[in-house]
Write a protein that binds this ligand. Sequence first.
Ligand code: MLT
Ligand code: ZN
Length: 490
Amino acid sequence: MPYQFRIAAARRCVLTTPLNSQRGRNYATRSSSSPASLPASRRSPQVETMSRRAAERLLRRLGPLAVEPPARVQKRTFSTTATHIQRNPAYSVLNSDDVSYFKSILGDSGVVQDEDRVAVANVDWMGKYRGASQLLLLPKSTTEVSKILSYCNSRRLAVVPQGGNTGLVGGSVPVYDEVIVSLVGMDKIISFDNVNGILTCEAGCVLENLSTFVENEGFIMPLDLGAKGSCHIGGNISTNAGGLRFIRYGSLHGNVLGLEVVLANGTVLDMLSTLRKDNTGYDLKHLFIARRNLGEILSAFEFMDHHCIDLAMKHLEGVQNPLPASPYKFYVLIETTGSDESYDKAKLEAFLLRSMEDGLVADGVIAQDISQASNFWRIREGISEASVKVGAVYKYDLSIPVEKLYDIVEEMRIRVEVLGYGHLGDGNLHLNILSSKYDESVLAQIEPFVYEWTSAQRGSISAEHGLGLMKAEKIHYSKSPEAVSLSMVS
Ligand code: MLT
Ligand code: ZN
């Protein structure tokens, strides 16, 4: 159901930050040659794609709004998702008194009606989902968030909370005319306990800024994502983002120690002192650890097919392949994070040697320093950025038994242009279908086949990106009716 938000915004969160063993970090990918020197940038692609100018280009490309004026009862069809949602007529329509009230609590600068700025917040970074909100609010404190939500609740104004707007399933933008509450102004680090490795910060902190901060203190964030330069920690937590270090540090359920949350009716829940660990999640590391003995230092085990590498080379500026052009079908990027550099390096080298002797690995290269390692990561993290440059990308994010992980890619390749990559260590496949534009006929080749196939393997249709608008109605492919109704109650 649209317009129901149980948790509107987490203001503050406390995360555990493991000790950083940067000096002992090693990275490997497949090659016989020394790594070529690549640009050191690891900034998120989203920083560039969601700049004002880029967003304007995006809006021009999208053409006129597909949404009717919000005053009437509407039925909206998302051509790319075949999702049918009606605007609930019980929700009010924004008026000038509402705007005046918001100005009285946020000041003029916290209430944005400027069409260009609101338009940017209405569209997701893939250009796939677009709402028709007329108002963007920029609170700076829990009290302000609480006042906004309390007012919206009493006025029955629909709200969408927004972080870095890097989501991939249409969850971060309005469906219709919801008021957008952006946490971009709540970006302060509140405290850091460098004895216990506990960071307390506001929800709008950009992940990369937090990483830099804790790394300077000798720690490491337990979460790393391609979108790190734009995504907010609040969004990461509310979607339980998985990312590149999941294999080592597990899900955010286990790393978030406390939260301060504002409910949809404005009530502030202070759970900052609550130690709550819930280590659920898909963790296949032991499959790799037991045989290869990398377990104690393994922090990432990523894979990409050669189509991904080709695409990255074609579309990512300044990126070079550290490997000789080769016919290899798959590439893996392994990161280890240990506490003794020479010991860990020796371990990784022994692992590669054994893997090559066993015929599992054809070739490989080890990054010699952090800059080379960043260059390797730029290729893996840039796949998403490269894929949107093709025109349109249909993204599927599946948990599948690891021995079947690539089968669906091969099945889809018969019908459409497809990339397969993801977090091998977690059994998480990112299946990306490329197309020149979003189109019903392309979608019909993909869905419901992808969901049915995943369901038949008893997999999950959302390993880490969440359901969002894209998959809200598809939950039954992964959950029983009983489990779905239980989730609705809780
Ligand atoms: C990634 O792991 O790169 C992202 O979760 C996948 C994506 O951007 O589609
Ligand atoms: Zn991912």
